[in-house]
Design a protein around this ligand. Structure first.
Ligand code: NAP
Length: 182
């Protein structure tokens, strides 16, 4: 697949490396922006306060699924949207998924070393679901679909639990599975 990452920080660069290792063609964009024409997906990995600026610097986004990894660390969600992902959708007008926001970048290097694949909870528009699932798997996680974009807020709110865990046991992987898969 051809993947564009927007934001060259822990998440953007980290996932770019994992996806390249899985054989994808990854183009990394930063503040200078660039062209996303023909991409199978764009990963949005910038601070939540920079979402509009960052997306505004990218051309050729029409209809390209955006995988929104952003989290609200402080302040309010812009425009009164229930989730950052729905705010993203209000800007791009295309399919959006919420994923990778509930996974610590600091332990990307432990992916592939565990007995079980860690989970990655995600919410997605129908048109963004399959590509997001593939990219979750290719990064080394097990996708756990929690619903359409109206479930993005629940994914964003999961950060509270993850931060609380990080404060007690450090950055964690997690897994959700039916009883017979545990
Ligand atoms: N770190 C994690 O474990 C983690 C996990 C899940 C989700 N998240 C979320 O994912 C997002 C990125 O996190 P991160 O840890 O990767 O942050 P980071 O390391 O601080 O990187 C953010 C990147 O975004 C760039 N950026 C800022 N404004 C931009 C703009 N207008 N256009 C393009 N790029 C811009 C920054 O560029 P400059 O260096 O030039 O400022 C930087 O390279 C945040 O919303 C965060 O809450 C983080």
């Amino acid at each position: 697949m051809r993947v564009v990452t927007l934001g060259r920080g822990n998440v953007g660069s980290g996932l770019a490396e994992l996806w390249r290792s899985a054989g994808h063609d990854v183009v990394e964009l930063g503040r200078e922006g660039g062209d996303a024409t023909g991409a199978d997906a764009l990963l949005l990995a910038v601070p939540s306060g920079s979402i509009a600026d960052a997306l505004g610097s990218v051309t050729g986004l029409d209809g390209i699924p955006v995988i929104d990894a952003t989290n609200l660390v402080r302040g309010e969600r812009p425009g009164g949207f229930a989730s950052l992902a729905e705010y993203v959708k209000s800007i791009t007008g295309g399919p959006v998924a919420k994923s990778f926001s509930a996974n610590f970048a600091r332990i990307y290097d432990r992916l592939g070393t565990t007995r079980e694949r860690p989970a990655n909870v995600f919410a997605a528009d129908d048109d963004a679901r399959a590509v997001t699932e593939s990219l979750i798997r290719d990064a080394g996680y097990e996708p756990v679909y929690v619903g359409d974009l109206s479930a993005a807020r629940a994914v964003e709110d999961f950060l509270g639990i993850l931060f609380a865990c990080a404060g007690t046991v450090g950055p964690v992987f997690y897994r959700f599975a039916p009883p017979d898969e545990f």
